[in-house]
Design a protein. Structure first.
Length: 378
């Protein structure tokens, strides 16, 4: 009897629609990514594959992006977390490391940069109100040949830095510094506590980002999400600091997961969104021109008004059109959730009551589906 039940269960699972694959025609960048992954799978590739995932609250919540990171690390060696926010507004903002910061250390979103050259990926800045304030990550893991980079406000490279770095209370001297605010360190292997000490008080100097990478074979998966973000946020993540970050990280795959907040905006229109996408395309060309690009179509939003459903349909169609012109691939989150009802208004068990976000189970399952789709390139 139990065999019959098990067989019926398997038949039921096989009858369900398979998770959607990536859609679109692969570009040379996607062909290079596939070759890179295949060489990595054969252990013939030393250079790591680096993935940068930028998004809104779906990404920021960590149930989706955190599960993707777990899946990549289960399949490939970990080549480092990439960018780490300099401080945290909430617990999940700290990224892959538990964080403590002294009372005088202030962390905030820089949604409108002070100048065109000040925006950093993630839009974080941190500074100390008074001298000698600590930003501490513990436990802090690093593989051999770990490279840590601090991105700060521009500093005079001829003078001592306004920040110091300690690993288990031992000062780590910088390998190099640039006047544009880039400070590089080489870290020994092991686990411990990493402290960033600000030697000055006041809003300047500001720490904009940290980056941790391992020069080992594997995959670095880095996710930066902001609650409420739209595609237009990329205009804020621009300038000298972003250019340094992207040149250091050199993503092989750029995942863009926006759109939910675009369609919720009261002033949404197809024409305005087309202009935003042109700006997005320009950003990708300038900062990630060699990367394969994946656009994640936003999930359906049950219980939302007909105007929102119409906006969502327009946005999805425009994303697919622009993706085809640019050689970007698409992953259809709404289709993955099997939410193909008219106007996408059918509530699903994977949505929370707001009809916008998913449950933890919905996010983790979605991450598994996306990883399965990406596995075609492994």
């Amino acid at each position: 009897m139990w065999r019959l039940v098990a067989m019926l269960g398997l038949l039921s699972m096989s009858a369900q629609a398979a998770p959607p694959p990536l859609q679109g025609k692969t570009s040379p960048a996607w062909a290079r990514l596939q070759q890179h992954f295949q060489a990595l799978t054969r252990q013939a590739e030393i250079r790591p594959v680096r993935i940068l995932h930028l998004g809104d609250s779906h990404t920021a919540g960590r149930a989706f992006s955190g599960r993707l990171r777990e899946l990549f690390q289960q399949r490939f060696p970990d080549s480092g977390p990439g960018f780490i926010p300099p401080g945290a507004l909430r617990a999940h903002d700290a990224g892959p490391y538990p964080l403590r910061q002294s009372d005088g250390w202030i962390s905030e979103r820089e949604r409108q940069p002070a100048s065109a050259d000040s925006g950093a990926l993630g839009g974080f800045v941190a500074y100390s109100q008074r001298p000698y304030q600590l930003l501490s990550y513990e436990p802090f893991h690093r593989a051999r040949n770990a490279r840590l980079t601090l991105y700060t406000d521009p500093e005079d490279s001829g003078r001592p830095s306004r920040f110091k770095l300690y690993l288990d209370q031992n000062e780590i001297k910088a390998v190099s510094r640039s006047a544009s605010g880039q400070i590089r360190y080489a870290l020994p292997a092991g686990n411990g506590r990493l402290d960033v000490l600000s030697l000055h008080g006041g809003p300047l100097p500001r720490l904009r980002a940290l980056s941790l990478l391992y020069d080992t074979r594997g995959v670095s998966y880095c996710a930066l999400g902001v609650n409420g973000a739209t595609f237009s946020i990329l205009r804020e993540w621009a300038g000298v600091t972003t250019r340094m970050e992207m040149a250091d990280y050199q993503p092989d795959l750029l995942i863009l997961e926006f759109g939910t907040n675009d369609v919720l905006a009261s002033g949404f229109s197809r024409e305005a969104f087309m202009a935003t996408l042109k700006q997005t395309e320009a950003w990708v060309r300038e900062y990630a021109g060699d990367a394969a690009v994946l656009l994640i179509l936003p999930p359906g939003m049950p219980r939302q008004a007909p105007r929102i459903q119409e906006n969502l349909s327009l946005l999805r169609a425009q994303l697919q059109s622009n993706a085809g012109k640019n050689g970007w691939l698409i992953w259809d989150w709404q289709r993955a959730l099997n939410d193909d009802s008219p106007a996408g208004v059918r509530p699903t068990s994977r949505h929370v009551p707001d009809g916008i976000h998913l449950t933890t189970a919905g996010y983790t399952q979605s991450a598994s589906w996306l990883f399965s789709a990406l596995s075609a390139f492994f």
